[in-house]
Ligand binder design. Structure first.
Ligand code: PGA
Ligand code: ZN
Length: 378
């Protein structure tokens, strides 16, 4: 098909903050936005959201697009037209929404599913396992007394997505009752004033889910110290503490347990098939930081946020590198989400091991529903 032009407009995400939606041949795609951002993340827009909207609305593209790799032609064109050194300078939110709308348009033209365009005809061997945020703390909390860690995650153990989603929801409701919590944070996770280990004690009781945490530790690290509610730990004691939490609470998943600069300390954490040390703020979905993390043996799993990078071509490379180095992949939403369900297609199309997209709230549920739908198709 010939990509002539696109329409862009400003929309609001689930937190009521501004983000971008792009429409190509009747296919709409939008970008979520983060709040717990890594220092090295690609900026969301070039000069401003308005600049990107105007650029997209005014540009005549005239590029033939028929398959995933044609994103290369479009990225080259954008780079030249906007006079950028690297296409990511266009802004990750804007680029992701644009590229996603383009792939949806190709899928529609060919009568295919979006994930089929992304997988480029390769066999789909697995459907990613959902990872859901059940209890919230850190910067996503509105209450004054809150857990230090940002997310307490449920990873169900069933083989198929439909049952996994059901179990995740059941456990999530039970946790709400156990916490006697009625308030949810901006991602739909329960709010509580219990501390980290008290929450992990509760989660440990459920046999049908594995447990994970996103420590988001850059958010409580300052000048060599990790500042908890009731204690301060230096680098070495933080490493010991995290290793002991993994052992005591049988954590399958531990995201950003150390601050985003400290590749070296990450490499000292114990890693195995049964315990993933996950990079998010550390790696910010950038190839160079992923390569550095692999070289230093800092992680054995990585969060992939499409709008942390912007380029779906780079995302493809990231998945290839991870496969080669046996790094587990977790395709992830952002805390400020839109109703776009394409994340499920990208998770399946790139063959991610997991998909982190929350449990409750309509913005999270559309992605889980799409995942169940895809499971029926493949
Ligand atoms: P976000 O981060 O608020 O930037 O989406 C969530 C996370 O740390 O995983
Ligand atoms: Zn994170």
């Amino acid at each position: 098909m010939l990509l002539k032009g696109a329409r862009a407009r400003e929309i609001k995400d689930s937190r009521g903050e501004k983000t971008i939606e792009v429409e190509i041949n009747g296919c709409k795609a939008s970008s979520p936005s983060g709040k717990s951002k890594g220092r090295y993340e690609t900026p969301s827009f070039h000069k401003s959201l308005k600049w990107n909207v105007d650029f997209i609305n005014k540009t005549k593209f005239d590029i033939e697009i028929d398959e995933f790799n044609d994103l290369g032609k479009v990225e080259k064109f954008i780079k030249q037209k906007a006079k950028l050194k690297n296409v990511r300078e266009f802004g990750a939110n804007a680029l992701y929404a644009f590229e996603s709308a383009m792939l949806k348009a190709i899928a529609k033209e060919k009568g295919k599913e979006l994930f089929e365009i992304v997988s480029e005809g390769k066999t789909i061997d697995k459907i990613p396992v959902p990872v859901g945020n059940a209890v919230g703390g850190g910067v996503h909390s509105h209450n004054k007394e809150h857990p230090t860690f940002q997310e307490f995650l449920l990873i169900p153990k069933e083989k198929n997505v439909k049952n996994n989603v059901r179990i995740m929801k059941e456990v999530y409701s039970k946790i709400g009752r156990l916490l006697k919590s009625k308030v949810k944070n901006d991602e739909g996770a329960w709010q509580t004033n219990l501390d980290d280990e008290e929450i992990l004690e509760i989660l440990k009781k459920f046999n049908n889910v594995n447990v994970g945490v996103d420590c988001a530790s850059s958010s409580f690290y300052c000048d060599g110290e990790y500042n908890y509610k009731n204690k301060k730990l230096d680098r070495e004691t933080q490493i010991h503490y995290i290793n002991s939490l993994i052992k005591d609470y049988n954590l399958l998943y531990c995201e950003d347990p150390l601050e985003e600069e400290d590749f070296k300390s990450f490499s000292k954490l114990k890693k195995s098939e049964k315990n993933m040390i996950v990079g998010d703020d550390l790696t910010v979905t950038h190839i160079d930081r992923l390569k550095r993390a692999i070289k230093m043996r800092a992680i054995n799993a990585i969060i992939v946020k499409p709008n942390q990078n912007g380029s779906l071509l780079e995302l493809k490379k990231i998945f290839e590198i991870c496969k080669k180095h046996r790094i587990k992949t977790i395709m992830s939403h952002r805390s400020g989400e839109t109703m776009d369900d394409a994340l499920a297609d990208y998770a399946v199309g790139f063959q991610a091991d997991f998909i982190k997209c929350g449990i409750a709230t309509k913005w999270r549920e559309v992605k889980l529903r799409r995942l169940v739908e895809i499971e029926k198709i493949v």
